[in-house]
Every structure is written in structure tokens, then in C-alpha cells.
Write a protein that binds this ligand. Structure first.
Ligand code: NAD
Ligand code: UDX
Length: 464
């Protein structure tokens, strides 16, 4: 049966739901789009000038459609009832309890979304999994929907994973490498799939829209993230070897990345990858491999996370050893707390573990980040076990890099914000205690200028 999409509802107004729906609304003025969430503060923020997600260019996209065909609401049930197509963009964090704790995806928000949809739906609806989920989740959704909905309701479940990266979400959605849609291999499934294709076809060339079966689509999302993260862990493992041998990891990355079979992207050595997706999705893949009795495949992918953990801990060790084996009572300036530049997101940021480990050594840590607020930093540190009194006494938030550097024994860059590339290094040098130690975990500072200025500089992946 052919579908006509005039009304879209999205469950989940987070980093994915908000931006992707804003883009669909902006590109499809003939479709009404309502983004729903239980979180009133989040919805209020989407309806304000101070959006809950910082992304370059996002404000403009939201403002172009908000109040016309883009709406943000906590009034979820009527929005579901009115929709022809419902995107599920709720969180799928790593499970922290019970079976599969620390590896499996926690699917409780997916299940609650499916139950809510079933409760208020009539007629034919297309349900689209945009959240990242384990393979076969579409089966679970279909079974909850069928068991809990009235007899006149029918559902087609599609998989349409999201590949946007934070910080570049607007550009990624405007011009994606591909759109992936998986559907059931029967006429009803294919009709639903074509309906979703027709939404994207409003701005994306048809040849960029890949259609597959449901399970290939669900699995491809986990695999894409695992491959990307694997490249970072690979180059980070080599960064340690470069430091030991005098090679330069950026030169090695350039040399190997010039081979078109390898390619140049995702070869930037760092203090460790962060973000809400990579670790969670690899652990999810590991759990899937274990569940299907593939322990060797599970161990292979687990090592990507192990390498990332090691990269973070060896950075802290480098700081402590270099500062004469003690940071007790020393002021350490941290530049950057977000997991990457151009976002206010700190989920799984390498900075969280690094600051936690520095205060465990009794350091006094002063943090500057242009987009992350004090409340988020305190919340993140509490979550990884830093006691409130330590946060009160040993964590300081600075309004700019120069305040952070004042009186510091050492300064470490943990996020590659562009503004760090043009820091006034002579001024920083004058403000710091001597020797003035710099630990550049992102290789963002001009290495030659650091040495010339008199800093004792360690740059990730660069031998002495
Ligand atoms: P998020 O935590 O920012 O947002 C999820 C939102 O869903 C929350 O605001 C929550 O209140 C809401 N929610 C939960 N249950 C709900 C329900 N039943 N009805 C309505 N709202 C509900 O998460 P996110 O970063 O947007 O990620 C969402 C999904 O997309 C995850 O599966 C994630 O793995 C995936 N993903 C994320 C990114 C990214 O860059 N953040 C990229 C690609 C895919
Ligand atoms: C990632 C995927 O890129 C995206 O396709 C998916 O939809 C969600 O997960 P995101 O986590 O937002 O996106 O950012 P990404 O640019 O992939 O960076 C992840 C982490 O890896 C960051 O901490 C970043 O600093 C780090 N990174 C990235 C490196 O350390 N080196 C690199 O070369 C690239």
C-alpha cells in the first residue's frame, strides 16, 4: 500500500532528534514535523533562542522552520496519533546493571517508546528506528506494537541509522555520504521504505540512498562506528611508538593516509576518542559477538576500547612523571573539556577521566572550555566518582585560557578547539611557573613556537 507522508513525529529531542528533524522540516516545507520529549526543560530550550545543542549553523536551520512546520512539544500522545511516520530517536546507553552490564545496550527507552506508540495509534504508521540499536531490535519493536495496539492499527518498522557527527551535524545532514534505510523484504515493507526514501529525496540524490534488509541496516551502524574508532585506536597505538622512537605521528599518518586504500581521515592521534557513540557502540558489538558465541571476534573489537583507555591513562602518567613524579598541590591548567571541538557535549570525553586521575593525585585542576559550563563539568566528575568536596576544593573553572594558566605548573590541551591554535604563547609562558610544562594531547599548539618560547613541551605522538 503506498504511503503519503504529511505528518512526522519524532520521539527524543536530543543531539540526534532535534537537529535531524530540523533539517527534514527545513527541506520539506510540505511536511509537519513535531519533535517530542518528556524533558520539559529540553523542549523549552528548543523553543527558545538558547538551543540545548550547540552546532555551528543549527540555530539558522531551526529558525527557518520553527513555528511553521517544525514544532517542539511535550504533548507526546497527540503528536504520535497524528503522525504518518514516527522517528524513534531516544537514547540507547550502555546497560549499567544485570545481564550484559557494561556492554549491552539498555533498550528501556526504545521499549517505552514502542509501548507509547502502540497505545495511541490507529491506522497505518511507519516506525523508523533512528537510535543506534543491536541487530534484531526491529523484531522486538514490531512485537510490542502488535501485542499492544488496537486491531485497526498496522505498523511497518524501518531501520534508518543516523551517521551525523556532532559539531558538523548540519553539514553532515545537508550533504551526507549516504542515507541508509533497511526494511522488510515484502511489498508492505518496500512501500514503507519507498515512503521514507521520498522524504529524503527532497534534498538528497537518489543514488546516495542505500536500501537494504533490516538486519544489514541495523548492523551497519555499529560496524561503521567500530571501524572509525578502530582507526583512532590504531593511530594512537602508533603515537606511543612515535614518542618512543622519535618518529612524528602526523608525518606517519600523512604517509600512510596518502595511500588511497587507507585514506587520510580519522588518523589524527589524540588523547583518546570520546563521545556518546564510539565506546557504547563497540561494546554493543562486543556483546553481540559474545551472544552469538564468537569470542574471538568479541575480543578483537574489545581491544579498540582497551587501547583507548590506555591512551588516556598513559597521558596522565606522562604528566605526573614529567612533573618530578608528583602533582600533589600543583596547579594544572586544562584547556578543553568537550569530547571534540565545536560541540558542548562532554559525554565520554577523555577529559573526564584525565581530570579524575589528576585530582586523585591531589592536583588542583583549573579547566577552561569555550562551550562547556561548570554544571556539566561537575556532573561528569561526580559520575566518575570524584567526591563533591574534592570538586569544591580542587576543581576550578576559568573564564579564559590565560586565567587558567596563571600560576600553573603545567598546561594540557584536551580538546582541539580552533582558538587554542592562536593562543598568545609568550603571554601564557609569562603567566606560568617555571619550568613551564605543556602537554598537548591534540597536537593543536604550534610545536616549533612552543620550544622557541622556552616551554618544556610534550606533544602526543611526537618524539623528543
Ligand atoms: P540524547 O540522550 O541526547 O536524547 C535522547 C532523548 O530521548 C532524551 O532527551 C530523552 O528524554 C528522550 N526520550 C527517552 N524516552 C523517550 C520517549 N519514550 N518519548 C520521548 N522522548 C524520550 O541522545 P542522542 O545523542 O540524541 O542519541 C539518540 C540515539 O541516536 C542513540 O541511540 C545514539 O546512539 C544515536 N546516535 C547518536 C549520535 C550523536 O552524535 N549523539 C549520532 C548517531 C546516532
Ligand atoms: C561519531 C561518528 O563519526 C558518527 O558517524 C556517528 O553518527 C556518531 O559517532 P561523533 O562521536 O559525534 O561521531 O564525533 P567524531 O568526529 O567521530 O569523533 C569521535 C571522537 O574521536 C572525538 O573524541 C574525536 O576527537 C576523536 N577523533 C576523531 C580522534 O581522536 N581522531 C580522529 O582522527 C578523529
Amino acid at each position: 500500500m503506498p504511503y503519503t507522508i504529511k505528518n512526522i513525529c519524532c520521539l527524543g529531542a536530543g543531539y540526534v532528534g532535534g537537529p535531524t528533524m530540523a533539517m527534514i522540516a527545513a527541506k520539506c516545507p510540505h511536511i509537519q514535523v513535531t519533535v517530542c520529549d518528556f524533558n520539559q526543560a529540553r523542549i523549552d530550550a528548543w523553543n527558545s533562542d538558547d538551543l540545548p545543542v550547540y552546532e555551528p549553523g543549527l540555530q539558522e536551520v531551526v529558525e527557518s522552520a520553527r513555528g511553521k512546520n517544525l514544532h517542539f512539544s511535550t504533548n507526546i500522545k497527540p503528536a504520535i496519533a497524528a503522525a504518518d511516520l514516527i522517528f524513534v530517536c531516544v537514547g540507547t546507553p550502555t546497560k549499567s546493571y544485570g545481564i550484559g552490564a557494561g556492554r549491552a545496550a539498555d533498550l528501556r527507552y526504545i521499549e517505552s517508546a514502542a509501548r507509547l506508540i502502540a497505545e495511541v495509534s490507529t491506522g497505518n504508521k511507519i516506525i523508523v528506528e533512528k537510535s543506534t540499536i543491536p541487530v534484531k531490535t526491529a523484531n522486538a519493536i514490531q512485537s510490542i506494537l502488535t501485542a499492544n495496539s488496537p486491531a485497526d492499527a498496522t505498523f511497518q518498522v524501518l531501520s534508518n541509522p543516523e551517521f551525523l557527527a556532532e559539531g558538523t551535524a548540519v553539514a553532515d545532514m545537508e550533504n551526507p555520504d549516504r542515507i541508509l534505510i533497511g526494511g522488510e523484504q515484502n511489498p508492505e515493507g518496500q512501500a514503507a521504505l519507498e515512503a521514507l526514501v521520498s522524504v529524503y529525496a527532497n534534498w538528497i540524490p537518489r543514488e546516495k540512498i542505500i536500501t537494504t534488509n533490516l538486519w544489514s541496516s541495523e548492523l551497519s551502524k555499529l560496524v561503521a562506528n567500530a571501524f572509525l574508532a578502530q582507526r583512532i585506536s590504531s593511530i594512537n597505538s602508533i603515537s606511543a611508538l612515535c614518542e618512543a622512537t622519535g618518529a612524528d605521528v602526523d608525518e606517519v599518518a600523512l604517509a600512510i593516509g596518502s595511500d588511497s586504500r587507507i585514506g587520510s581521515k580519522f588518523l589524527k592521534a589524540s588523547v583518546g576518542f570520546g563521545g556518546s557513540c564510539f565506546q557504547k557502540d563497540i561494546l554493543n558489538l562486543v556483546y553481540l559477538c559474545e551472544s552469538f558465541k564468537l569470542p574471538e571476534a568479541a575480543a578483537y573489537w574489545r581491544s579498540v576500547v582497551t587501547m583507548n583507555d590506555w591512551q588516556k591513562s598513559r597521558f596522565v602518567e606522562k604528566i605526573v612523571r614529567t612533573l618530578y613524579n608528583t602533582v600533589n598541590g600543583k596547579r594544572i591548567a586544562i584547556l578543553g573539556f568537550a569530547f571534540k571541538k565545536d560541540t558542548n557535549d562532554t559525554r565520554e570525553s577523555a577529559a573526564i577521566n584525565i581530570v579524575r586521575d589528576l585530582v586523585a593525585e591531589n592536583a588542583h585542576v583549573v579547566i577552561y572550555d569555550p562551550r562547556v559550563d561548570e554544571e556539566s563539568i561537575h556532573r561528569d566528575l561526580l559520575e566518575v566518582g570524584v567526591p563533591q568536596d574534592i570538586i569544591n576544593f580542587n576543581i576550578e573553572i576559568a573564564p579564559d585560557p590565560y586565567t587558567a594558566a596563571t600560576g600553573a605548573h603545567a598546561l594540557a590541551t584536551l580538546t582541539e578547539w580552533d582558538e587554542f591554535r592562536t593562543l598568545d604563547l609568550p603571554r601564557i609562558y609569562d603567566l606560568m611557573l617555571k619550568p613551564a610544562f605543556i602537554f598537548d594531547g591534540r597536537a593543536v599548539l604550534p610545536a616549533g613556537a612552543l620550544k622557541a618560547q622556552g616551554f618544556e613541551a610534550f606533544v602526543i605522538g611526537k618524539g623528543d
